[in-house]
Design a protein. Structure first.
Length: 270
């Protein structure tokens, strides 16, 4: 009672009070803010397991990170930097490229104006060792074709389904139609791996998740990772917070808190 904790839950966290199993709570390390704690678990567990458990990231390898300025993207960049001489390619809109370079992305690519696969091949003709794919649809095929021999594609989302504020049935149909499919025999001939990751379906894997969180807390305490907070919004501004993401303005995590920070509310009163 009274411990400051980070919590993992599949849904239902946009509330002032939540109930979660004790096994899904983790003590916050010293010096961590509540905002950082809110930004840590989902993104960093995902990035860690995708890069290290599936991706087997090692020194001198190359990684393509899509949506590199988002929550999982920024976590993945920081985790790549804990391994020696990893070359990072990252897709993001042009306005975010300077920030990405500062954070360690060697080759930011503007996916809006360029074919990112062509850009990667200009710099690395053989392709890359690992592709993190949160996009789905035809982008998964492009990712697979960008892999070097012994390369690994880890798919963990279908962001291509979301094209705006409203559900777009055409986009859903197109993504579904273009969804990547491969047989075991084709994989055998290609010398490549395809992995699928969904943290939401690992509720029962308490020991596995706890071991990952322990590693992340250790990295945080050493100053090797630090959640990047884009902005903090009170619950009553949830629409504006969502807009920040839909318009792809955020660099890092968009955080919701029950009330506006005190300084802001004082300013509002004045």
């Amino acid at each position: 009672v009274g411990d400051k904790v980070m919590v993992l839950a599949r849904s239902g966290l946009w509330q002032e009070v939540v109930n979660v199993p004790a096994s899904h709570t983790f003590p916050m390390p010293e010096g961590m803010s509540f905002e950082e704690a809110a930004a840590l678990l989902v993104n960093y567990i995902t990035a860690y397991m995708v890069l290290f458990d599936f991706g087997n990231l090692r020194p001198n390898q190359s990684v393509l990170i899509h949506m590199a300025a988002g929550g999982v993207g920024t976590a993945a960049i920081q985790l790549c930097k804990t391994v020696e001489n990893v070359t990072i390619f990252g897709t993001a809109s042009a306005s975010k490229h300077d920030t990405l370079k500062e954070s360690g992305v060697a080759h930011p690519i503007d996916y809006r104006t360029m074919d990112y696969a062509e850009e990667v091949r200009k710099i690395s003709p053989k392709g890359v060792d690992i592709v993190l794919d949160p996009l789905g649809g035809s982008d998964t095929s492009k990712a697979f074709n960008l892999l070097k021999p012994m390369g690994k594609l880890i798919t963990y989302g279908v962001a291509n389904l979301l094209t705006g504020q409203k559900r777009n049935l055409m986009a859903m149909a197109k993504t579904w139609w273009n969804q990547f499919s491969i047989t075991a025999l084709q994989l055998l001939h290609q010398n490549k791996a395809v992995c699928g990751y969904h943290l939401g379906y690992m509720d029962e894997e308490v020991e596995l998740l706890s071991s990952v969180v322990a590693k992340l807390v250790n990295l945080y305490s050493q100053g090797k990772i630090k959640p990047k907070i884009d902005s903090v919004w009170p619950f009553d501004q949830v629409a504006e917070a969502m807009k920040q993401m839909q318009e792809k303005k955020n660099v890092g995590k968009v955080i919701l808190v029950p009330e506006a920070p005190k300084e802001e509310s004082k300013k509002a009163e004045n």
